[in-house]
Each structure stands twice: as structure tokens, then as C-alpha cells.
Design a protein around this ligand. Structure first.
Ligand code: SF4
Length: 309
């Protein structure tokens, strides 16, 4: 219950959430309204990744309509690429006294923000038993061998469970189930600070000491981060929508060769004569480090490297 709403209005809020928002996505409207009431927010900024902007209008309406008192809601229209894009500076610029950031891990601590902030992970509901069943059916029957191939005789040293933040509860459910079923000594949920156990970002993933990882995600971007970090590990990805397990591969050799070639070109040929767009010999990307890797060496006609490189 929300103390400032009558029973009837609260019921209307619940019905509106159920009707207007997808049932399997948890936008945590009640928690948001409670928090806004606690901090006595008068003006709130909402930040969504592209894929969720379709619901921004509805969520803004629900907040304005059911908040504890009058509140202005702004939706940031700029593209939000990842957890690093949290824009407390813009929220402050809009004179907002609160920021709600949707669908990303807490990469930047709320204590480091210019305005108070709430992360809504937008957890996606799936049946966690499907995930457990898939792990048991597939992984424990066909284990990776030392060469990265598969054989029933190969030994599992440790199975790591990972996910994007939307599915982190499912990973913890699966861990508890597998421990109950006696697999506890060979299962782990890795931690990569500042993320919570099991979470992975495209730029932030744990070093794994086992030889197998099951990753719960609906795309390859996040699992690739872990695969780049751990070339010795065999990866399976459980797709939450098709409920199928996929063996995933990453071409580390191609990655090392390509990046090496780019870095060597910086040293060997520091002045590129045929520049037309840029008057520079080198671009050092201070943003997402995955860009130089994922876009490939051909994306730019002068060397394009990350700050790590
Ligand atoms: S992977 Fe890139 S976009 Fe995602 S949080 Fe890291 S730096 Fe940001």
C-alpha cells in the first residue's frame, strides 16, 4: 500500500500497471513511488535504454498521476548505451532532484552521483526451473574436455553461473537448487566488483578459475566480455526466450591478431598520409572499450584504440 493513496486509487494503480506495462518486465513502480515520496522529490528525471523507451511515456504518466504530491517528470531522450551512461549531470542540469535509471547494473555508485538516484534493473520474469533443467540436462551430461572440445569423460572443475542484471535472481535460484541437489562443491557465482555476484557488463567481467560457464542472456554482447576475459573456459548461453542452450565460441586468435596489428601500426607508421576526415594520426577512445574491439580495425582508417590499449 502507498499511504497517500486511497484503497480505490491504489487498486487503480495496480490495474494500470498490469494493463499498460508488459507483465514479464518488472519496472518496480511501487518502489519508485515510495522512494520519490521518501525523498520528497518534486522533479524526477527518467533514463531508459533504447529498447525500453516505448514504455517511458506510460511510466512517466503513472509517476505523475500516483505520486505523493505534485511532481514533474522528464524523460532523457539521448541514447543510453550502457551502465556507464547514467546521466546525473543532465538530471542536475534539468533541475531535477531525483534520477531513475532503468535496466542497467549499478556500475556507478549512487553515493557518487550529483543527484540522488535509484537503479531499476527491470528484471524479466522467466521460469527459473527451465534454466535449472537446462543446466542439468545438458551441462552435466556433456562436459568440456581440456582442448575445449566435449566428451562425457572430461572433468568439470567448476561451473560458473553468470547473467545480465535482468536475470540475476534466476541465477541465484539455480545456484541454490544445484547446491540442494549436491553440486555445491563444483558451482560458483563469480563476483566482479563493483557489480553484484553473477552480474557481467560488456566491459566488466570476473576472472574464472573453473572450466565451464553457463551464461543467462538474450544476446552475445555481455557473454563476449566474459569470453574475452577467460579464453580457457567453455561457454554455454541459455536464451531466456527460446529456453534453449547454445554453445558459444569466441575467436580469441583473431582478436589478438587484429588488435596487435592496430597497435603495431601506431608505432611503426605514426603518420598516416591519406587522412581526409581527421587531422589526427590516432584516435584514443575514452568511452566504451568494446568499441575498438567490436567495430573492428576496418571501421576507421586511422588506428582506433581504447585507453587500456
Ligand atoms: S560495456 Fe561499454 S556501454 Fe556497457 S557499461 Fe561498459 S563501457 Fe558502458
Amino acid at each position: 500500500m502507498l499511504p497517500w493513496l486511497s484503497d480505490r486509487k491504489y487498486q487503480l494503480l495496480i490495474e494500470s500497471i498490469n494493463k499498460a506495462l508488459p507483465q514479464n518486465y518488472d519496472f518496480e513502480i511501487i518502489k519508485t513511488l515510495t522512494r520519490l515520496s521518501q525523498v520528497k522529490a518534486k522533479s524526477v528525471c527518467l533514463q531508459f535504454p533504447e529498447g525500453l523507451l516505448a514504455w517511458a511515456d506510460t511510466i512517466a504518466f503513472l509517476i505523475e498521476e500516483f505520486a505523493d504530491g505534485e511532481i514533474d517528470v522528464f524523460v532523457v531522450g539521448d541514447v543510453v548505451y550502457g551502465a556507464c551512461c547514467i546521466d546525473d549531470i543532465r538530471a542536475a542540469y534539468f533541475d531535477c532532484d531525483f534520477l531513475v535509471h532503468y535496466a542497467h547494473s549499478c556500475l556507478v555508485k549512487v553515493s557518487d552521483m550529483d543527484v540522488p538516484c535509484l537503479y531499476i534493473f527491470v528484471k524479466i520474469k522467466i521460469d527459473p526451473e527451465d534454466f535449472v533443467k537446462a543446466i542439468k540436462n545438458i551441462i552435466f551430461m556433456v562436459l568440456p574436455d581440456a582442448s575445449g572440445g566435449h566428451s562425457k569423460e572430461a572433468t568439470l572443475t567448476k561451473l560458473h553461473l553468470n547473467a545480465t542484471v535482468q536475470y540475476i535472481d534466476v541465477v541465484h535460484f539455480a545456484y541454490r537448487k544445484l547446491v540442494e541437489d549436491g553440486y555445491g562443491d563444483r558451482i560458483s557465482i563469480p563476483i566482479c566488483s563493483p557489480l553484484s555476484p553473477g552480474e557481467t557488463l560488456g566491459c566488466t567481467s570476473a576472472k574464472l578459475n573453473g572450466n565451464l560457464c553457463v551464461f543467462l542472456a538474450d544476446g552475445r554482447f555481455h557473454i563476449e566480455s566474459s569470453m574475452i576475459q577467460n579464453p580457457h573456459v567453455v561457454y554455454y548461453r541459455f536464451d531466456p526466450f527460446t529456453r534453449r542452450m547454445f554453445l558459444e565460441k569466441y575467436d580469441h586468435q583473431a582478436l589478438y591478431l587484429t588488435r596487435n596489428r592496430v597497435l603495431r601500426s601506431v608505432r611503426i607508421n605514426p603518420r598516416v598520409p591519406y587522412l581526409n576526415e581527421f587531422t589526427a594520426d590516432l584516435i584514443v577512445n575514452v568511452g566504451c572499450p568494446r568499441m575498438s574491439i567490436d567495430w573492428g580495425a576496418e571501421s576507421c582508417h586511422i588506428p582506433f584504440i581504447s585507453t587500456f590499449e
